[in-house]
Design a protein around this ligand. Structure first.
Ligand SMILES: Nc1ncnc2c1ncn2[C@@H]1O[C@H](COP(=O)(O)OP(=O)(O)OP(=O)(O)O)[C@@H](O)[C@H]1O
Length: 347
């Protein structure tokens, strides 16, 4: 399959101040990706460079093998066959839903049929004669999506499109939009700082920090095999427990753990093991004891914050059928499928 989008060694700067550095990834047709990272890390700048609103200082951005941006040439946004959906919907207030959707396809030979199809696809047929101010936030975002899809772009760029909506609607709409994109085979890049949204929406996720791409992989691999400590901390919950390399194992205060990379560090090297809440289970017979210092009931599960005898803090998530009390001492053990280890930071 030929590559849809490729970024190679892309750098972007504002007033000669670099904000995106040596950025690179590729996307296949039909893929949905997400750029995830803390505020100010450069997500929107990358998206705007792909759309053609920002120039690049090094590297190349190509679509279907043809360069869109190089440091010396920038194809204008309207010639890129790339659609964009923004956080604030950006609908035309004086146009109806139908007119908004049809705005970019005035010369389309089957304009009315296409609009009707897009109205159906986004479940907005009943609202076609309304104006944007007569719509809810979720409905406005559906119209913005239909308008962006009207021109049949090769790629859709979604810049925090759900962030103005309340949590419940955000989850539902992002699920719906993913279905529409997948049904239509439309490729998309979602920019978000909400990791749950990125996990639910994207086939591939790029985690960014300070203008750099730290890891580009599936949500599963990003969660279970984070490439750096920053990714491990940023994604999901978890605590690092200190330990040492001991043969094929890692020696920790929770006992010996299988070392997934036994040849990586010499015997005795200080390391840190990432333990996710689902890696720690209750075992009443265990000699490893921990005190419950905090407990959060979450419906189907309860999350316990546990203090080990050394003072280290870890977390455990359990079915809420079990109900342990604050301050209760419980037996625990590790049941980790994916052990993530980093060298201990040198102080
Ligand atoms: N027009 C601009 N002029 C100068 N600096 C800018 C401009 N736009 C963004 N920046 C800076 O570039 C960096 C990256 O900004 P960007 O908007 O790409 O980050 P982001 O990851 O999308 O952030 P957020 O999640 O808060 O939207 C930030 O430090 C920001 O202050």
């Amino acid at each position: 399959m030929s590559t849809l989008l490729s970024l190679q060694n892309v750098c972007c700067a504002y007033d000669e101040q670099p904000v995106v550095q040596d950025f690179g990834f590729t996307m296949q047709p039909g893929e949905i990706c997400s750029l995830l990272g803390p505020s100010g890390c450069g997500k929107t700048t990358v998206l705007r460079a792909i759309a053609g609103f920002e120039s690049i200082t090094t590297g190349v951005i190509s679509l279907c093998g043809k360069p869109l941006s190089t440091p010396t040439s920038v194809k204008p946004p309207e010639q890129r066959q790339i659609g964009m959906v923004f956080q604030d919907y950006a609908l035309f207030p004086h146009l109806t839903v139908r007119q908004n959707i049809g705005f970019g396809i005035v010369k389309h030979p089957q304009r009315q049929q296409r609009i009707t199809r897009l109205l159906e696809m986004t479940n907005m047929t009943a609202f076609e004669h309304r104006y944007p101010h007569e719509l809810s936030g979720g409905q406005q975002q559906r119209v913005a999506l239909a308008r962006a899809m009207a021109t049949e772009p090769k790629l859709l760029l979604l810049d925090e499109p759900f962030s103005n909506l309340d949590t419940d609607l955000r989850r539902r709409l992002s699920f719906e939009v993913r279905q529409i994109l997948k049904d239509q085979g439309i490729s998309a890049i979602l920019v978000t700082h909400d990791q749950e949204e990125a996990f639910a929406f994207a086939d591939q996720i790029g985690v960014m920090q300070q203008g750099q791409l730290l890891q580009w992989n599936t949500p599963y691999h990003i969660y279970h095999e984070p490439a750096t400590q920053f990714v491990a901390n940023f994604i999901g919950q978890g605590h690092f427990l200190p330990g040492q390399v001991q043969g094929k194992h890692l020696s920790t205060e929770l006992g010996l753990i299988n070392n997934p990379t036994p040849h990586r560090w010499p015997e005795g090297s200080p390391i840190e093991v990432l333990l996710r809440p689902d890696d720690i289970i209750i075992d009443t017979a265990s000699t490893i004891r921990a005190d419950i210092i905090y407990k959060t009931f979450m419906g189907a599960t309860t999350q316990y914050t546990l203090r080990l005898k050394t003072g280290s803090i870890i977390e455990s998530v359990l079915s809420s059928h079990h109900d342990y009390d604050w301050d209760e001492e419980i037996g625990i053990r590790i049941d980790a499928q994916h052990v993530v280890v980093f060298p201990a930071p040198s102080h």
